[in-house]
Design a protein around this ligand. Structure first.
Ligand code: COA
Length: 225
């Protein structure tokens, strides 16, 4: 069955889709996660510099890696309130799942700010997909949910991730520290305001299923910021 012809779920976040000319972000159903398991089993990150902060299922050995990864997503899906939600998307290119792009709202109804998290299978990196999927999820955040600001953070030696933030228009927002595999490392922070995004927004990104998802996230209607 083509990934975009799915039976709708009774749970609106799983029906949200974002389409760009190159890729689709599809609400991460169990069926799509299952299709992504071989990528996780093969290994998403296999050598330094390690890109993810702790704790991180993707650092574990298989099969614990796949089990922890699935449990993390199931747990995150179930943890939805006005003060925290996380939308999980599988990135699909030419009908094939190649990675994940998540959108996280912490106190979104009060603050209007979002964060993002992403990864691609190693063989699909460096082809412009990282930038495209970030622009896709930002379109959902700003146009679909009415976000005020998007924040991002990457270890300073994660050049691809930092470059994606810079290339889609974020501005530097200071530094911080976190651990990866137990070792402290410096982080670069980035921010993209709504005002700046409005000047950079693309006209070729389509959102699907967002209105039905708003009440689940505690958003009455996309506010005018
Ligand atoms: C981060 C990630 C999603 C980026 O996706 P990607 O498809 O590799 O990135 P793109 O091909 O869209 O490249 C975007 C920009 O980064 C640059 N770039 C990509 N890989 C790079 C690298 N290894 N070093 C330096 N620059 C790099 C590209 O040239 C491009 O810049 P440009 O717009 O000036 O041409 C992907 O590399 C990945 O999955 N990395 C491992 C997991 C990870 O780091 N996740 C983020 C955790 S914060």
């Amino acid at each position: 069955m083509p990934t975009n012809a799915r039976t709708p779920s009774s749970y609106p976040p799983l029906n949200v889709q974002v389409h760009t000319p190159r890729l689709s972000l599809l609400g991460a159903t169990d069926e799509l996660l299952e299709q992504l398991v071989p990528v996780v089993r093969k290994g998403v990150v296999t050598e330094p510099p390690w890109p993810f902060d702790d704790p991180m299922s993707l650092y574990k050995d298989s099969p614990d890696r796949e089990w922890s990864w699935l449990r993390g997503i199931w747990a995150g899906r179930a943890k939805v309130s006005d003060s925290f939600w996380r939308l999980y998307f599988v990135v699909v290119v030419d009908g094939k799942p190649v990675g994940m792009q998540d959108l996280i709202g912490i106190n979104f109804s009060r603050l209007g700010t979002v964060e993002t998290f992403s990864w691609l299978s190693p063989e699909t990196r460096g082809l412009g997909l990282g930038k495209e999927m970030r622009q896709a999820v930002l379109h959902l955040a700003f146009d679909g949910l009415g976000a005020r600001q998007a924040d991002s953070a990457s270890f300073v030696d994660n050049h691809a991730s930092n470059r994606v933030s810079q290339a889609v228009g974020y501005l530097p927002n200071g530094t911080d520290w976190d651990t990866r595999r137990g070792e402290a490392a410096e982080i670069q922070r980035w921010k993209l305001t709504r005002e700046r995004w409005l000047k950079l927004r693309r006209g070729d990104i389509e959102l699907v299923g967002v209105a039905d998802c708003l009440p689940v996230l505690g958003i009455q209607s996309p506010p005018d910021r």
